[in-house]
Design a protein around this ligand. Sequence first.
Ligand code: OOG
Ligand code: MG
Length: 257
Amino acid sequence: MDLLQIAKQVAQHQQKGQEMDKITLSHPKMNTDHAYEIQKLSMEQAIENGDRLIGWKMGLTSKAKQLSVGVEEAIYGRLTSSMELTESTLHVGPLIHPRVEPEFAFVLNRELKGEHITVRDVWMATECIFPAIEVIDSRYRNFSFTLEDVIADNASSSKFILGNQAFSPYFTSWDTVEVKMRRNGEVVQSGVGAAVLDHPVKSIVELVKMLNKEGLSVQPGMVVLAGGITEAINVYAGDVIEVHYDKLGTLKLHIEQ
Ligand code: OOG
Ligand code: MG
């Protein structure tokens, strides 16, 4: 199995927003180590083309999300500068079948690494937390994949947007924050912070442990998306998405062609 060759193909499909077949169809022996290596190599392709690694994301951190995609394990992906939306408009023309989900984004002010990382270490290293919306867009047909496929496709990462207001980590108990997502005024998903591994901070602990196995760490200044608080919903040009985070305000995303 030529991992670099596969990674180049994945990178192309990600850049062009084109569907592809599951890698496991042609490489049934691919395991999660191979898959994370493909993820790393494909993101290195993007970085060679001018993109920049700015953080990490956790995915499939809630039971509901695991059930909805049939994958029962948390995964991580890489966030780059080209994924960050700086205005509240998402253009779906270049994407395949985008979905959006509410998340919390942690911004770290010191390195986090090692298998013995604790919740306390994460709090001490958290500069601030933002309410966020993640846009996922699996490159696989029908958003259908195995654990290995979704890891190789950078955990379906596509875009993300942070709110304008940063909050102190001590502002609230993040597991109790209630979240409501509206599409064109109608509530389509609701959830609470505890959906993410009982408390979103645990997702950062989990990430650091997973990265440690690859000899990697979270760098100061990086942003980490902790994982979807509700299930993701499909979005189409013309939609207006509003996510209300109790006590933290509302994020809006205009979906355009
Ligand atoms: C995998 C990515 C999931 C999350 O927050 O759970 C994810 C997928 O569902 O395509 O980003
Ligand atoms: Mg997500």
